[in-house]
Design a protein around this ligand. Structure first.
Ligand code: PMV
Length: 306
């Protein structure tokens, strides 16, 4: 049989990171960048590890793959991986990898890789990569659509409701500073909220409302309202103690370049990814690149230019 291929998209959270861990909604969309898995027939189900991984990463990836292999009945393929996404900067690379592997193994096993089935297998893998993620990453990647995601209370799984956008929705993703591990920012926030629960509950609730309003803004094609929701969300993330000078500086840079809204995306902390909503992302990417900023643009939703 010919080789088979499957793609898993990276993701950005437009609104609602961190509060999503506490059961509030988050709006997230797939990047066109991601991970591609390729499979060729083999004697047994196996993964060729990509080069340049640490021992810890090799062990983690091997264990995650074994879980997906088991969940799909160990189809006899040899799998290789290829990423065009910056890794470990909060753009969902582990979920992209999990979704690419899961889709490929489902296909190889002769099963239909529906979004639901793919998310189920990818979730197995994600548990090796993260402790207790909210599930927003792999759900967005498996759906490959803009989703308003909500975790079921007390569990690590949730549901994404697809949000249709009548307008083209494009972001510039720019990297700033040194990224903090997600576990560290999530953990430190948990300590603050355990100490002052009422104050933090109010902030989480407000972020959840802003995320829901942002989803409505998308559905009605009101990108100015979505941009404003992103700016307000950035202020609330700063209030939660999740921003820092490199992230703030990049947020203001993107706004200065004409973003309708800009904010950190993902875990935040000392650095990481920042997104700006642009009607025309290309000039902003060109300017930032000339300044030496690592950046790219991606269309998250809406009608595609042919
Ligand atoms: O790992 P990141 O940077 O994609 O962040 C994930 C988003 C959080 O809400 C902070 C954590 C989670 O599990 O949803």
């Amino acid at each position: 049989p010919p080789p088979i291929e499957a793609f898993g998209a990276g993701k950005v959270i437009l609104l609602g990171e961190h509060s999503v861990v506490y059961g509030h909604p988050a709006l997230a969309g797939p990047l066109s960048q991601g991970v591609t898995a390729r499979g060729v027939p083999a004697k047994r189900c196996q993964l060729t590890l990509p080069p340049h991984l640490s021992r810890h990463q090799r062990a983690q990836l091997t264990a995650a793959f074994a879980r997906a292999a088991k969940a799909t009945g160990e189809p006899a393929v040899k799998v290789t991986l290829d990423a065009d996404l910056p890794l470990a900067v909060g753009l969902g690379s582990s979920a992209a990898l999990s979704v690419a592997c899961s889709r490929l193994l489902l296909k190889a096993a002769g099963k239909e890789p529906t979004a639901k089935e793919t998310a189920r297998v990818a979730w197995e893998m994600e548990q090796e990569f993260h402790g207790t993620p909210s599930g927003v990453d792999h759900t967005t990647s498996a759906e490959e659509r803009l989703v308003l995601y909500r975790r079921k209370p007390g569990t690590a799984v949730g549901k994404g409701r697809v949000v249709d956008s009548p307008k083209s929705l494009s972001v510039v993703v720019a990297l700033a500073g040194e990224r903090s591990p997600t576990k560290a920012t999530v953990g430190a926030l948990r300590e603050r909220q355990a100490r002052w629960p009422e104050r933090y509950r109010r902030l989480f609730t407000e972020i959840g409302r802003v995320a829901s309003e942002g989803a409505e803004a998308v559905a009605s094609g009101d990108l100015a309202a979505l941009g404003d929701a992103m700016n307000v969300n950035q202020g609330l993330l700063a209030a939660l103690g999740l921003s820092s000078p490199p992230l703030e500086e990049m947020v203001y840079r993107l706004r200065g370049l004409g973003a309708l809204g800009a904010k950190l995306t993902g875990a935040g902390g000392d650095g990481g990814a920042v997104i700006g909503l642009f009607l025309e992302p290309a000039p902003a990417v060109a300017k930032l690149t000339a300044l030496g900023v690592r950046c790219f643009s991606s269309q998250l939703a809406g009608p595609r230019a042919t």
